[in-house]
Design a protein around this ligand. Structure first.
Ligand code: HDD
Length: 689
């Protein structure tokens, strides 16, 4: 064997423990036979021909040939984490669900966050609804709460789901565009389906550009039922609130991130957990007494409607903490199979026709995607409580069921496993009657009032973003008729909105229609009211070069770390930089391997030589200019202030999030102001050139 035919041994930089490999582990075939050589196939002579009997080569290649499974038809792009859920206090008054009754129990969970439209390899930061799925591994079986980060949905009846998804996905003739609703087919469909109006307003808002998975809300969307031990039911809506508050990217940032770091959200989730910054979400419920079902001016079974929190407050009931990354992406995140039909005693469905369709679709799709009715056998899908039944056969049965009988009733197996009248899941019983008809209830007939409520609830900046998003999305539609129909539709939501959108998409301003804006708003719908002023988990770039002021770097780094934020040094090259007094600092990222997009704020420390070097570096100036354009906090001390004067931040206005201190004697006051500015997240009052 020649020297060149051997693969180069890689430098051993990580410990075995980190890779979770047992010392002395040998490479074997799937049959357990130890492999002698996995780099050269078996040949007759070293130039071949290859030999058919090379079973190791065949196994290796044929496994590889089958390593992809169908991706999820929607929500293909996602990322997940393990954790636990713990109730604050017993919810026995409302539900008999065991995991909601005992505040001492930590129920294991697996949560998966996703985009909807893009394929598995698409970018994280695109404008899209985010999926928010949680599997609770309770002592009474698995409960899945499969929601989104938006409280309403596009359609009212599940029979239209294939239509809405076909319209969202890339167009069928050329498969363009990827992971974007900004195309003709989508807006064509939407312009013909008025029930989508409310959801569209949310889609165009900042909600579809979350800063991270840990900074977005989650909603169960449908009205479900909670049932207590006495069999009394109440209707319920589920809400997840992130403890870090709700924050978004700006659109330009999101679009650029899709190129610079397509894994932006996935990486953030992974790194936050690795660093011990565990994402936390509070679970809340809106409870509606059974007798209040019809007291609203909309139907609580209509998934295009939410229940304003001013009408029914959200009661916090517990907290989810995500504290462990998956061990293997495919085995866990890809193979996890969520289904709204996975419920436990004490949680039941409503007659929402969208929900009822989902109760079929998820189970059905898992069989196709995972290839077998035994998908519940996969470790990530297995309940933590015992499970027994007579379903023994089917592809890839992992359990060796030892029972000789697989039917019920039986005498040979003493009727085991047996149903339980006392502990079994009992569907809520009610008398129903009606004609078989394909119709919508008139109570599902009003489509604009809550869209207007949402629009009215937004701040001026949020409204501006909706209009810009509409200019982009509808502006990408080639057909004039579709654009006109969309403007006409928005005119039913708010005349001013329709006029502003019309201006950007080549459509004449519409005439005011009879439907008037009702003038009502719901403060809880504005994302600004859900912001939390914390720097926990935020990332700050420190721009530096040789000659930097060591004390200034160290002080700020420490202050940020103490506040739960993370600082990284960005310079021209990787390696070490030397401060003016000879200390060495490791460079974390270069101007090439990073961008201001990946950080929440920028800091330029003093040090004459460092600042002179940065001044001559266009990438450093662009870094600051871009952060300025994205309304982020920018700071400088000592000579660093001179660098800011060469950028868009030149006016150094403190109230616009540009924080400076001339001398290091003001460092601690400066650090405090900088941290407050980062916590503010964005400085919208900035005038951009
Ligand atoms: Fe769905 C996946 C959320 C309506 C059919 N959906 C899926 C996922 C989320 C949602 C978060 C990803 C699950 C995961 O992480 O694996 N879907 C929703 C919400 C809806 C909704 C909040 C409305 C309230 N979905 C909906 C309808 C249907 C489906 C009306 C069909 C009748 N959804 C599916 C699906 C998927 C799915 C085709 C694709 C992959 C999967 O289920 O496991 O069955």
């Amino acid at each position: 064997m020649t020297e060149q035919s051997q693969p180069q041994k890689t430098a051993k930089t990580e410990s075995l423990e980190e890779f979770q490999v047992e010392a002395g582990e040998q490479l074997t075939t799937n049959q357990g036979v130890v492999v002698e050589d996995t780099d050269n196939s078996l040949k007759t002579g070293n130039r071949g021909p290859s030999l058919r009997e090379d079973f190791h080569f065949q196994e290796k290649l044929s496994h590889f040939d089958r390593e992809r499974i169908p991706e999820r038809v929607v929500h293909a792009r996602g990322s997940a984490a393990h954790g636990y859920f713990q109730a604050y206090e017993s919810l026995a008054k409302f539900t008999k669900a065991h995991f909601l009754q005992d505040p001492s129990i930590q129920t294991p969970v697996f949560a998966r966050f996703s985009t909807v439209g893009g394929s598995r390899g698409s970018a994280d930061s695109v404008r899209d609804v985010r999926g928010f799925s949680v599997k609770f591994y309770t002592q009474e079986g698995n409960y899945d709460l499969v929601g989104n980060n938006i409280p309403v949905f596009f359609i009212q009846d599940a029979i239209k789901f294939p239509d809405v998804v076909h319209s969202i996905k890339p167009e069928p003739h050329n498969e363009i565009p990827q992971a974007s609703t900004a195309h003709s087919n989508f807006w064509d469909f939407i312009s013909l389906v008025p029930e989508s109006t409310h959801m569209i307003l949310w889609l165009l808002s900042d909600r579809t550009l979350p800063r991270s998975f840990s900074r977005m809300q989650g909603f169960g969307v449908h009205t479900y039922r909670l049932v207590n031990a006495e069999g009394k039911f109440r209707f319920v809506k589920f809400h997840w609130k992130p403890l870090l508050g709700v924050h978004s990217l700006v659109f330009d940032e999101a679009q650029k991130l899709a190129g610079k770091d397509p894994d932006f959200h996935r990486r953030d989730l992974w790194e936050s957990i690795e660093q011990g910054n565990y994402p936390e979400f509070e679970l809340g419920v809106q409870i509606i007494e059974a007798e209040d079902e019809h007291k609203f001016d909309f139907d609580i079974l209509d998934s295009t409607k939410l229940i304003p929190e001013e009408l029914v407050p959200v009661l916090p009931i517990g907290k989810m903490v995500l504290n462990r990354n998956p061990d293997n992406f495919f085995a866990e995140t890809e193979q996890v199979a969520f289904a709204p039909s996975n419920v436990v005693p004490g949680i039941d469905f409503s007659d929402d026709p969208l929900l009822q369709g989902r109760l079929f679709s998820y189970h059905d799709t898992q069989q196709h995607r995972l290839g077998s009715p035994n998908f519940a056998n996969l470790p990530i899908n297995q309940p933590v409580c015992p499970f027994h039944n007579n379903q023994q056969d089917g592809r890839m049965q992992m359990q060796v069921k030892t029972s000789r009988v697989n039917y019920f009733p039986n005498s040979l197996g003493q009727d085991q496993p047996a149903p339980s009248e006392t502990e079994g899941y009992v569907h809520h019983s009610e008398r129903v009657q009606g004609h078989k008809i394909r119709e919508r209830s008139p109570s599902f007939g009003e489509h604009f009032s809550q869209a207007t409520l949402f629009w009215n609830s937004l701040s001026a900046v949020e409204k501006e973003h909706v209009v810009e998003a509409a200019h982009f999305e509808i502006g990408k539609v080639e057909d004039q008729g579709v654009r006109e129909r969309m403007v006409e539709r928005l005119n039913h939501v708010d005349h001013e909105l329709a006029k502003l959108v019309a201006m950007g998409v080549g459509v004449a301003a519409p005439k005011e229609v009879a439907t008037q804006n009702h003038g009502q708003s719901s403060p809880a719908l504005s994302q600004e009211s859900l912001a939390v002023k914390t720097v926990k988990g935020r990332k700050v770039a420190i721009l530096a070069a040789d000659g930097v002021d060591a004390e200034q770097v160290t002080t700020i780094k420490q202050a940020l770390m103490d506040a739960g934020a993370q600082a990284q040094i960005v310079s021209k090259f990787l390696g070490m930089i030397k401060s003016a007094d000879g200390q060495e600092f490791k460079v974390d990222k270069t101007f090439l391997t990073s961008a201001s997009l990946m950080f929440d704020a920028v800091y330029v420390p003093g040090g004459a030589l460092s600042v002179e070097t940065l001044k001559a570096n266009g990438d450093a100036l662009e870094f600051i200019n871009e952060a300025f354009r994205h309304y982020k906090a920018i700071a400088a001390t000592g000579e660093g202030v001179e660098l800011l004067k060469k950028t868009s931040a030149e006016s150094l206005q403190h109230d616009q999030g540009v924080i400076t201190a001339k001398t290091s004697s003001h460092q601690s006051k400066f650090a405090k102001s900088f941290i407050e500015a980062i916590a503010q997240h964005r400085f919208w009052m900035r005038t951009l050139g």
